[in-house]
Design a protein around this ligand. Structure first.
Ligand code: SF4
Length: 364
């Protein structure tokens, strides 16, 4: 796989574009590979695949914050978050198969950015002590950037902990570089080894657009399924990429046909420099709901959520003047399943933009 990290080497861009974008890539890391570049329709400057990896100068816009979900407040040690009782999140890699321009962990991809990969022995000791942790999510960056041997060591250590049932691997590699899976048979062997009858390995894959579902990508997903992995997809709803009903419907449908249930469709977090990708909450919810109307029940399993500092807040409905939210996961036990009614705000990009909360109700 050939990686390109210098925007000046992208031959399809004009000299003017390269000079213009250099200031963006001086601030935020740029990385793409030749496979993913081959999916771009260069004649279309607004091509959705192009938008995923090629920067725009709008990225210099000072909107949002480095850590909109306040992930830092969940750190229990460098590279390990424990936000929800049953789930631990481990940052195991500081790089990806290409870098998404809308990445919500952009703070990793800035010059002198947060390194912060976890020490797996220390993390395993913490998890062992905290028996309530049944799920461990490996993330980053992309865990599949690690050599299989290294990843296998990490998973092996976690598998030894009896209380850990599910190991999740968050990855965009089937989209960015399916050969990572296809050309390394030891990877499928590792998945087979650790995906046990009663304790599975889940892959939280990250397809944003149906054109990423190439024959190679589908084949890579199938290798994982045949090795015994359970699949789920998560994607943010992104302006100019999947913020139209037909594209979103096609994505959800195709994923369900392939055996990859859509899991979360995220409201784009207000991360620094991401204004160009953000869609207002209510508009996004409408797109999501309309797209689901073209889908079977199996493709409709996704939830439209905000990964808020206080928990995963699902948008569950709209009326003329009200919006309805429900905590799908809550950081504090007391918020679990809390239902919230707020006055609509078509300009809201995040839960915090809803200033008029009308009613909150908790389960007794
Ligand atoms: S794959 Fe995930 S972590 Fe990597 S750049 Fe994209 S959004 Fe960020």
């Amino acid at each position: 796989m050939k990686y390109i990290t210098d925007i000046g080497k992208i031959k399809w861009l004009s000299e003017k574009e390269k000079t213009n974008l250099k200031k963006v890539t001086d601030r935020y890391e740029f990385k793409v590979n030749d496979y993913y570049l081959s999916l771009i329709e260069w004649k279309n400057k607004k091509d959705p695949i192009r938008r995923i990896v090629i920067p725009e100068d709008l990225e210099m816009d000072k909107w949002g914050s480095y850590d909109p979900s306040k992930e830092k407040s969940n750190l229990v040690m460098p590279g390990m978050q424990h936000k929800y009782r049953s789930t631990a999140l481990l940052l195991v890699s500081g790089t990806c198969g290409s870098i998404c321009r809308f990445c919500f962990r952009k703070r990793i991809f800035i010059k002198k950015g947060e390194a912060g990969c976890v020490n797996i022995d220390k993390a395993a000791a913490y998890i062992k002590k905290h028996k309530e942790i049944t799920n461990v999510l490996l993330t980053g960056g992309d865990p599949l950037m690690l050599p299989t041997k290294k990843l296998s060591e990490i998973i092996g250590k976690l598998r030894k902990i009896k209380t850990v049932q599910i190991i999740r691997i968050g990855t965009k590699m089937p989209a960015y570089n399916p050969d990572r899976i296809l050309k390394d048979p030891s990877f499928a062997a590792m998945v087979r080894k650790y995906s046990e009858d009663e304790r599975k390995i889940y892959f939280m894959v990250h397809f944003n657009h149906p054109r990423e579902l190439t024959p190679k990508a589908i084949k890579a997903v199938n290798v994982l399924i045949r090795a015994g992995a359970i699949m789920a997809n998560q994607t943010p709803l992104l302006r100019g990429i999947n913020d139209n009903v037909q594209t979103m419907a096609q994505l959800l449908r195709k994923l369900s046909f392939m055996g990859v249930p859509p899991y979360y469709v995220f409201q784009c977090r207000p991360t620094l420099a991401n204004k160009d990708f953000a869609v207002p909450v209510e508009k996004g919810y409408r797109i999501f709901e309309k797209a689901k109307s073209y889908c079977s029940g199996l493709a409709k399993r996704a939830k439209f959520v905000m990964s808020h500092a206080s928990g995963k807040i699902e948008v569950v409905g709209l009326t003329e003047d009200r919006i309805f939210f429900k905590y799908h996961r809550a950081k504090k036990e007391i918020d679990s399943s809390k239902f919230i009614i707020a006055k609509r705000n078509p300009k809201a990009y995040w839960f915090d933009d809803y200033k008029e909360l009308i009613r909150e109700s908790r389960l007794e």
